[in-house]
Design a protein around this ligand. Structure first.
Ligand code: PRX
Length: 650
């Protein structure tokens, strides 16, 4: 190995590169054989009769006939092993408080809370909405819900009351787990207040939340409704440490959880993941991504409210008996070196975060990085957006001091875990800054043109996944047709990801961003139509079009062009109101960077807003073909409004 250890990660020819390629080819030549073997690494109550049921595509079913519970693999498995005494979570609050939670502590707490949920009447297949900040009770709640065979729907704590209510109503959740309030950038975010508004909104739409469990995080006064609300600590403290709840035997193709994500309509999609498939794929991907070792301290610097946190803060690390860092707060609070101080304090060996976070941290200068001893780091990961090559180099050189591979992981809510990413094993995959490199074993992606033909090397096309994989979704909650149309409508039998991509001469994948009406704002997926729907709810708005504008830190920021109803005068007050409408409907992450008032929007003759034209005017001024425009003067109108806006900002 000596010779390999001295190889730089960007060395052109790697001695074991062919070994990776051979292994990958073998893995996809017989996927059933491959996944059969992988699934045997895990604990099942009963193994499968069939690895894959393809009788009703695209509703593929994995490990048919098998029974298990993800708790068997995250908690129960570690009893009577050394891992039971190991740290599962180092939790760090934004305000500096911290907690150390071992696997034994987690096991006890999950059993107590599982019992409490059962006593409250939560049953198998019930949906429980979890609206919690980044505190240990979030993974504890997820594990407890799945332990008793119920289904969780975690809603990001930065979402507004209205966004929460939409998800409660869609999932028909009667039980909600939340917290009083939590600190963000030093200020309290009043979660329970949002909950009260959301419950009212949900009731108006026919869904009544019957039980609310409240974790005391800050201790500030909150509205508390006797008979409906329960303090989390009072519930769990009723039980002794030895209480044990047997994990419910779930069918492999039962729903493990729902996670809502934005798409190309106003309504978010409830992506359903399966018990056995998710578990198997996440186990496999986590291992491949991090070459995880017993002494590792893994830190996914992301929120459990998104899929990254579900997989890489909760289920992935726990299935590997790994130690995870969980940080509650904002990246640069109270100072720009907060993240680096956490790496030093907990001796983090693997750091996983988004390009947006990296761009933000880089902005403050290298001295904040260099103030801290980061010598424990051995792997650096990134996810959520394309990483700019210069940010990649900064991560590699300044944070990793040139000795840590950059594991750029491409994936999405729908895929469960990473799909295209290099293995950090030395010698397997030479890295190229900005490319997520090659697929994981068992995964067969490709780049196709509109006609379904493979694009030649270097030519942009659409990213697809050609064969089913265990982490694929079971469907969209309550909307099987949308599932078929969204992911299997463009190409028959092939999963369409909705991303542009290109493969180079050497087969490396380069991900080029969304190909649909979805924005990536600071790595968060937000549908332009969701935002437009919010804007047109305002009584003064006739029409609205939202586009993503490139931003040096957030990747993209939303800009809205708004047509007012006749007789309404544009004003700065109105702009502020419209921004507030979006924040209240979706959440602060969707805050428009700018609102520009126009008299008309560029539309096709059939009335479809041409966001492409809008984007071109707002970003580079080169509009291209406008022959399909109904009214070409809309272009001049937009240019004028945009120039005026830019002038007003000077
Ligand atoms: O556009 C791709 C981008 O994020 C989208 C998925 O977003 P979401 O479901 O919120 O999941 C994010 C965390 C997994 C993709 O369609 N994306 C994700 N990872 C990368 C990426 N784009 C480029 N490079 C990546 N590594």
């Amino acid at each position: 190995m000596g010779e390999i250890e001295n190889l730089p990660y960007k060395e052109k020819r790697y001695p074991y590169h062919n070994a990776y390629l051979d292994y990958w080819k073998k893995s996809i030549s017989n996927i059933e054989e491959f996944w059969d073997l992988k699934a045997r690494d895990l604990v099942w109550y009963k193994t499968w009769d069939n690895v894959l049921d393809s009788s009703n595509p695209p509703f593929y079913r994995w490990f048919v006939g098998a029974q298990t519970n993800i708790n068997l693999n995250t908690l129960d498995r570690w009893q009577n092993t050394l891992i039971f005494n190991k740290v599962a979570y180092y939790w760090e609050g934004e305000d500096g408080v911290s907690r150390v939670i071992t696997y034994r502590d987690l096991f006890k707490e999950v059993n107590k809370f599982s019992k409490a949920l059962i006593d409250l009447g939560v049953k198998e297949n019930d949906t429980v909405t979890i609206y919690l900040p980044m505190i240990p009770e979030l993974p504890i709640s997820m594990l407890s819900v799945t332990r008793i065979g119920a289904i969780h729907s975690v809603v990001f704590s930065g979402f507004s009351a209205e966004a929460l209510s939409t998800r409660i109503v869609d999932a028909k959740s009667k039980v909600l787990i939340t917290a009083d309030s939590y600190p963000r950038n030093g200020k309290p975010i009043e979660l329970k207040k949002n909950v009260e508004s959301a419950i009212k909104l949900a009731k108006d739409q026919g869904v009544e939340v019957e039980k609310v469990i409240v974790v005391k995080r800050s201790g500030l006064p909150i509205p508390f409704i006797e008979g409906r609300d329960y303090w989390y600590h009072e519930l769990v403290n009723k039980y002794s440490d030895s209480i044990y709840v047997k994990p419910v035997a779930r069918k492999s193709d039962d729903v493990l959880f729902i996670l809502y994500t934005s798409g190309t309509t106003g309504k978010p999609k409830g992506i359903m993941h399966s018990v056995g498939g998710y578990m198997t794929y996440v186990y496999h991907a986590f291992k491949w991504n991090w070459d995880i070792r017993p002494e590792d301290v893994h830190w996914t610097f992301a929120d459990v409210g998104w899929i990254t946190g579900h997989t890489y803060i909760v289920y992935g690390p726990l299935m590997h008996g790994a130690t995870e860092v969980m940080y509650e707060g904002a990246p640069v609070y109270p100072a720009p070196d907060r993240a680096w101080s956490i790496v030093e304090k907990y001796k983090v060996t693997i750091l996983y975060t988004s390009p947006t976070t990296l761009r933000l941290l880089r902005q403050y200068g290298d001295e904040f990085v260099n103030k801290h001893d980061l010598s424990t780091l051995r792997i650096l990961g990134t996810v959520g957006e394309p990483i700019n090559p210069d940010v990649w180099e900064w991560y590699f050189n300044v944070v990793g001091k040139g000795k840590c591979p950059i594991v750029d992981t491409w994936w999405m809510t729908e895929t469960s875990a990473s799909m295209i990413a290099p293995s950090p094993h030395l010698g397997l995959v030479p890295l190229k800054p900005g490319s997520a490199t090659y697929p994981l074993p068992g995964i067969e992606p490709d780049v196709l043109d509109d006609n379904g033909n493979q694009t030649p090397p270097g030519v942009k096309g659409y990213l697809v996944i050609k064969k089913p994989w265990p982490g694929m979704p079971l469907g969209i909650w309550g909307d099987p047709e949308r599932f078929v149309k969204t992911y299997f409508g463009k190409y028959q039998g092939i999963f369409y990801a909705g991303d542009y991509a290109v493969k180079d001469e050497e087969g490396y994948f380069w991900l080029l961003g969304r190909a649909d009406e979805v924005l990536k704002v600071a790595g968060h997926r937000i549908g332009t139509i969701e935002m437009e729907d919010a804007l047109i709810k305002h009584p003064s708005v006739a029409e609205a079009a939202v586009i993503g504008m490139p931003d040096p830190v957030k990747g993209e920021v939303p800009i809205a062009a708004v047509v007012l109803k006749s007789g309404v005068n544009p004003s700065n007050e109105l702009k502020k109101e419209l921004i507030e409408v979006v924040r209240n409907t979706i959440g602060p992450i969707a805050t428009p960077q700018a609102i520009i008032f126009v008299r008309k929007l560029p539309k096709t003759r059939s009335g479809k807003i041409m966001r492409r034209v809008l984007k071109a005017i707002l970003t580079n001024g080169i509009v291209g073909d406008t022959s399909t425009l109904e009214d070409p003067t809309s272009v001049d109108e937009l240019k004028r409004a945009w120039d005026e806006f830019k002038l007003s900002m000077k």
